[in-house]
Every structure is written in structure tokens, then in C-alpha cells.
Design a protein around this ligand. Sequence first.
Ligand SMILES: *[C@@H]1O[C@H](CO)[C@@H](O)[C@H](O)[C@H]1NC(C)=O
Ligand SMILES: *[C@@H]1O[C@H](CO)[C@@H](O)[C@H](O)[C@H]1NC(C)=O
Ligand SMILES: *[C@@H]1O[C@H](CO)[C@@H](O)[C@H](O)[C@H]1NC(C)=O
Ligand SMILES: *[C@@H]1O[C@H](CO)[C@@H](O)[C@H](O)[C@H]1NC(C)=O
Length: 856
Amino acid sequence: KSVDLHPTEPWMVASLYSGSVVVWNHETQVMVKTFEVCDLPVRVAKFVARKHWLIAGADDMQIRVFNYNTLERAHMFEAHSDYIRCIAVHPAQPYILTSSDDMLIKLWDWDRKWACSQVFEGHTHYVMQIVINPKDNNQFASASLDRTIKVWQLGSNTPNFTLEGHEKGVNCIDYYSGGDKPYLISGADDHLVKIWDYQNKTCVQTLEGHAQNVTCVSFHPELPIILTGSEDGTIRVWHSYTYRLENTLNYGMERAWCVCGQRGSNNVALGYDEGSIIIKLGREEPAMSMDSSGKIMWARHSEVQQANLKAMGEAEIKDGERLLLAVKDMGSCEIYPQMILHNPNGRFVVVCGDGEYIIYTAMALRNKSFGSAQEFVWAHDSSEYAIREGNSLVKIFKNFKEKKAFKPDFGAEGIYGGFLLGVKSPSGLAFYDWDNAELIRRIEIQPKHIFWSDSGELVCIATDECFFVLRYMAERVGAAQESKEAISEDGIEDAFEVLGEIQEVVKTGVWVGDCFIYTSSVNRLNYYVGGEIVTIAHLDRIMYLLGYIPKDNRLYLGDKELNIVSYSLLLSVLEYQTAVMRRDFSMADKVLPIIPKEHRTRVAHFLEKQGFRQQALAVSTDPEHRFELALQLGELNTAYQLALEAESEQKWKQLAELATAKCQFSLAQECLHQAQDYGGLLLLATASGNAAMVGKLAEGAERDGKTNVAFLTYFLQGKLDKCLDLLIKTNRLPEAAFLARTYLPSHVSRVVNLWKESLSKVNQRAADALADPTQYSNLFPGLQQALLAEQYLKETHVRVRPAAEYPLIMPNEDRSVLEECAGYAPKGEPVEPEVRTKRSHLNITGLSNKLLKMTL
Ligand SMILES: *[C@@H]1O[C@H](CO)[C@@H](O)[C@H](O)[C@H]1NC(C)=O
Ligand SMILES: *[C@@H]1O[C@H](CO)[C@@H](O)[C@H](O)[C@H]1NC(C)=O
Ligand SMILES: *[C@@H]1O[C@H](CO)[C@@H](O)[C@H](O)[C@H]1NC(C)=O
Ligand SMILES: *[C@@H]1O[C@H](CO)[C@@H](O)[C@H](O)[C@H]1NC(C)=O
């Protein structure tokens, strides 16, 4: 029975004959709230956004007020003595007006506990609809089945005047909200729609066409459109200036009951017997165009305005920020502009709408030429343009004179300007020569937009799913036209070469050199260069590209509300990237110096992506990026310099790894030193059998407190005294005692005493339980032999043996030192035995602690 749109949320409320009221999210198509109001029809429900209310009027004569957030009923009262037909919410005051089959209109004040502050009496039949005048909120109009329309003033009990003319009951009424005309519109059971001038109180127009009772009428709040709905099941769309019927919408949902447009939006909600529909009316794209010097022209309704970027001065501009532009009125346009477009040199501007076009001078908006056309496109040459008439005829004009009219073979559903004239038909796209309208090439594609680069070499053809970038081979076309060879019915075979296909939907686009800049369906601002997509920005709303001003190095975009924003994009960077894509490095090198330093790294990343890492390394100014590249390229010297500058442990480690992989061991050693990577150094020293390095490492490690590495290094060198000292120093006394017991029995007593002393501080009994082997030799059998063996090993184990001797040496686990030293006398002639270092000492992959345990 009724629909209403929320002013800010994406909600539509529908009140139903069944007695319920439902709120739908029209973006997600999900029902968000339901209110079971009563068992009788609910003929009206309205949002009051400023109170978070939903107000419903039903056939039980009650008005109910719900809070749509909490879903609670805030108020309910009996408003009339018959069915309630309509509710009108005052835009500013705490008032609602209600109308009813009891022939009355009532005013309610919610700030005064919903007191009825006025009753408007005068109609002699049901009052079907009431509307408040948007230009004078104290005035409202009512439509009644008594065949009249009455206009009332708040505060006055009698109507100001009555409009008579319909021959049957009037169902619906609306005010025109534009400033220029004092109009009302009404629809009635006589199947007619009437437009009234309420100042001189005459009917200025009658719209005929509906085949049944007219149930709803609406002046669209933004577009020059009248919408009318009827029990014949159709919604009719009329032009509000010419009253021409533009369209008839029939969704097959039985009788239409209501239509609701919304200020600032293209959405219109329609309510039928069998459901509700939201439609979008008009072009989404704003009528807006920028010339190459930065003059932007747009239409606000039918007023044409201009803003000049140059007039902005030197103020700093941030990316994505709304620009504050001084706007100049250029005058109003005879047609309602749906599209505005400058010609390539910016001297003229065409305005299109309602099947008409007018070409104006851009400077003064003086009309130069006009005519009717379904579509208008400019050629690359500023003096030429083409128009489409109907679905079959295309006319080419030069200097405002018709040069050629032709009917493309498969019809003309759309035309595209630029270097060649594109014509779309159900069978695909055909490109024609502007000069003679000869077919150049037919392509099986259904284009949405076509964008030509300035040079005419490149063209982007965007479809509903993706876009293609093609190269136009002008020379081949010229040759073919000359020789009349290689021309089939589909034109010149090799006129185009496909360079790329990208699965992205282009909304608006512009070429800058060889770079194609575009906005995508997911609101990204991207550019395409040589197969590469670079994202410039993520946009927070739908924006339309206006153009690029090289002098500012900025891209300009506009939105539906005519806000202008900009993003910086350096021409030199684009030129450089273009040169790289063409593998033209001498050109690239020429451009490079003009790229500001802070942009070099971005360019370098681009080079790297293209596989030119060497060049990237040369261009990048970011030490991190350069180091990465140097590593990837194996450029040890560069990487070394960068690591020196960065003083980063991480970098030294990375470089050490690379140096090791490249067998640059002295560099690896330095890197490991710099990184203080003792584990790595130990690996390197032992793996290369470098005794001096092992020695140096041991001292360094101990100095730096890397005791595990220090211990292991001493141990490997057979410097057991040092090992023992290290354990004592680090307060590992039990371990020291066991080490002494195993390798240095002459130190056992000393260490055990240290241990006892230390232990006594925490546990005297445990300390007392420790036995010193020199005092309890009975508990330590073989101690004497061990002392002898120690002496023996000390004397025989002095020489550092080169790694090369390793295979000759018997593994420790196969030796029996006691047997070896049988017959050995200290300070006597030592017998040279096969002394071996423990093989497992070289296996240093495990932790030194683990190794120590093994040894013990
Ligand atoms: C309507 O009537 C009221 C009171 O009679 C008067 O003040 C007002 O000016 C009238 N308005 C119009 C538009 O006629
Ligand atoms: C009333 O005003 C309209 C313009 O809004 C005009 O077209 C019409 O002729 C006028 N009618 C009378 C009777 O003055
Ligand atoms: C149109 O309105 C008349 C009353 O004027 C009503 O009798 C008729 O049933 C309505 N038409 C339809 C199709 O409901
Ligand atoms: C063009 O301008 C002339 C003179 O200013 C004017 O008479 C005419 O109505 C205009 N035509 C269009 C279509 O704008």
C-alpha cells in the first residue's frame, strides 16, 4: 500500500495490506525489520529519521509510532474514525498530518504528547493523500475522492483554495520542488494526470495515457522527470518540461500503488500489489568535463557552471582531498544536460540530453550548433564529430557541416569517438575512417567504452567484464588501403594487435602517453602500462576521471555530488615506465634524471617487477631495496657497502650466507664477525680447518660472553685448562668438577673444594656429602693411574695437527689411554703413540652442552 525511503540508511519501508510493515535493505536485498501492526491493512508507513521512528497508519484507525532501532512501540493513538490513508511528516516542526476516510485532515504535535493541534475540515469524501509544500512548509495540499484538490495553511481551518478539474476522485498529489515553477501534480480515477499552477490556479497540462485509475504521482526531486503509477500496472515516466512520455515501465506486478523518489539519489521505490521494486533513474555519471588546461564544466540541473583549477593558487593539495574551487555560473541550458564533453582542443563543449545536442563555445557558452541525436562523439580532430540518429544512422560533421551520413551494415546501437569512429551493433564493434566512413576493422566484441591514446597508437576497449589494450597499426592500414589488398568484409585483417587483456571492469579512463589510467568497478584508481597494473589509490566512493594535467603532475576526478579530488602522478615516472616497457633503455636513461629522488625507489620496484633487477639496483635510492637487489644479483661488494652503512646484524647474516654460498670465505668470516654470529664462525672455522681462526674465535667468544661457543672452541683445541676455567668462572662448579674428574684429575681437589664452598651456602649437608678424591682415594679407584694418564696426555698431546691428518688418527672411542700409558714414566722419554683428537669434536652441529654431556 505504501513505500518510503530512509534518507540516510539504505532502507525501504513497505506497509502491507496484510497488516505488517517491513523494512528492507535495498543494497543487500535483506529484510532487516518487521512490525506486525494489526490484522487490517496498513495503508501508510513513514520514516522520521530524526527521531528514529517509523510511523504507521492502519484501517483500525490507529497511528502507531515505533522506534526502528529498538523495535519498541513508542506511542499509539486513535487518530480518526475511519481508515487512515496518508501521513505527512513536517520537515522541521514536531508535526505529522494524517488524512482519513472520515474526510478530515488532522495535525498532531509529538512534542505536546501527540496532541491534536488542528483539524482541517472541508473535503466531502475520503482524503487520499496530503503533501507539504517543500518551498513553504506551512502550506500543504490534499487530494480527495470528492474530485478536488485543496491547498491549506497551517493555522487556518479553511482551505486557501480548491482546484477543480478532475472528473473522478483524486487519489494522489505532489509538489514540484524546483525553484522555477509553482506547480502541483495530481492523479485521479478519471485515468488522468494533471499539472496545476497553484498561483494562478489553472491546470497547465493534462497527461493522458494510463488505462486505469491513477494511484500515485511524483515530481522527481532531482531529475526533470514525472513518475505516475496506475491500477493498469504501469509506471509512466514523463519529461517534466516537455511533458513527453519518455518511458513506460511494466514489471507485471499488478496494480501500482505508490512511488517514492529521494533527494540526492537516483533511487526510486515503487510499490505494487505483488511486491516492491527499487529502480535507479538517469545516468549515474555526472555531466562533467575538463579541458586540457584545467577548466571543469558541469551541470547542476540545467545550470551550467565552470570551475578553473588554475585559480586555486599555490595552496598545497593532498591526494584524495576535496578541492575548494571557485565556481562560476555560465548560464542555463535549453536542454537538461545528461552529458557534457569538451572537444579535444577545449574550444567547444557539447551538451547532450533528451535526444538533443547543443555545441557551445567553451568560453562564453554561446551556441554554435545544435540538433537532435541519440548520441554525440568528438573525433580526434577537434573540428569533427559524429552523431547517431535512431539505431541505424550515423552522421559525420566537419566544421559544423554535415560531411557524410551512412547506415552501418549491422545497425548502430552506440558510437565511440577518438582516432577512429567506433560503431557498436549486435554483431560487434566496427571501426570506421573519419574521412570517408570506410570500414577499417570489425571486431567481435561488445564494448562499453573505448579510449584512444593521444598518439592514436593505442586503444583500450572496455567491456562489461574486462578490458583489452590494442595497438593500431596505422602504417599497415595505410598500405592496405593503398594496395586494396588484405581487405576482407571484416576490414583490414591486421589493423590491430592485441597487447593485453585484463580482467578488470573499467568505469572511466584516460591515456597519458602509453599509460592507461582508469577507475575500476571496485573503486580503484589504477594505471596500466605494458601489462603491468599499478594502483594509485583506493577510492572511498565512485569517482569519475576527468583528466590529467601534466603541469601539476596530478590526476583529477569528480563525483556525483560534483566534488573534485586529485591524485599526484608524475609524468616523468610514466614516461620512464613507458620507455622500460618498450625496452628503450637509452630513452629511460634520459628520463631518469628528471624523476625526483623520492620517486626513484618506486620506479626501481617497477623495474624489478619487469625483471630488470640490475637497472633497479642502479635506480633505487632505498638502502633496504638496494640491499635486497644486491643480494638477489649476487653483488657482494655493493651488498657489503650497504651492510657497512646499515650496521644491521640481519644484513651481515644475510650477506654471510651469500658469501658462504659463493665460497667467499674471508668475506663470510668478516660478515659473521660483524653479525657476532659465533655459531656461524665456528662452523666456518672448523669446516675450513683453520686453527688460527678457531683460536681467535675462542678468545673473542669468551670476551663477548658467548661461553658455549668459547667452551666448545677451547675444547676442540684441547685447551682443557681453559675449559675448566670457563666453567668455574661461569659458576658451573659441578660440571667443572666432572670435567676435572674426567680430563684433569690433578684439579679435582681444587674444584671440589670450590663446589663444596658454594654448595654450603645453600645446603651444608649436601656440601658435606661431597667427597674430595684426594681424601677418599678408596672411593675413587684408579685415581693414580688417571693422574698419570693426565700427565701422559699433556706431554703427548701438545702438537696441533693439521686437518689433513684426520684420516690417520684413531678415534678416541677406540683408544684406551690407560693401556697406552702403561710403562710411561713422567718426564721420561715419551713413547710416541697414535694420539687422536676425538672425531666427534668436529661434529659441532649439536649444542655444546650436549656435547659436554656426551664427553662426560
Ligand atoms: C492562505 O491563507 C492564509 C490565511 O487565510 C493566508 O495568510 C495566506 O497568505 C494564504 N496563502 C496563500 C498562498 O494563498
Ligand atoms: C498560469 O501560469 C502559467 C505558467 O505557470 C501559464 O502558462 C498560464 O497561461 C497561466 N494561466 C492563466 C489563466 O493566467
Ligand atoms: C477505479 O476507481 C473506481 C472508482 O472511481 C473503482 O470503481 C474501480 O474499481 C477502480 N478500478 C480498478 C481497476 O480497481
Ligand atoms: C541558440 O542561440 C540563439 C541566439 O542566442 C537562440 O535564439 C537559440 O534559441 C539558441 N538555440 C539553442 C538550441 O540553444
